[in-house]
Design a protein around this ligand. Sequence first.
Ligand code: SF4
Length: 175
Amino acid sequence: MPDEAGAIAMGKSMLTVFYETIDLSGYAVVEVELPLSARLYTDDGLPTEFMLVGILDLLLMDENSEAVVVDNKTAAQTMSQKAADENLQMSAYAYLLAANKYVFPLAPVKCRFDVLRKLKTPKLEIVQTVRTAQDRKRFAKIANAVLEGIDAGIYMPQPNWMCSDCAYSDACRAW
Ligand code: SF4
């Protein structure tokens, strides 16, 4: 059982650090909590029946009038550049932005993770990354492969931090 008072104190401390550290000078805020949807296409450019839906934490415009998508995270560990570069959630956001014409079809999407570290003295770390048109295509290919697997009844448990709240955990354990 987590210590409630300790959790509240940590939450307040994290919010204070976020408020005092975040620096958006040079950026314009375009949207917060931006809901977007887009049809998923196959690798051959054919439309599927599936819509990709997501809500972006924050969309900024930088001094070059280019979109920058920001995902806010809290984490105990620092986020490595490799993890940021390979994060599929961000690839999905980039796909949504390109499909909704926030960037040109073949333009890279500037992305960043604002990671609020859960430390005794919390700390805000910013990790920049980018998603090219090829990255977005790769994301769609992975999504389509997963959907095809689901249609084919293929299932493999992938234990992760969400298991404790998962509505399918009993069925998953019995698999
Ligand atoms: S318990 Fe749920 S989240 Fe965890 S692996 Fe099974 S299905 Fe996935």
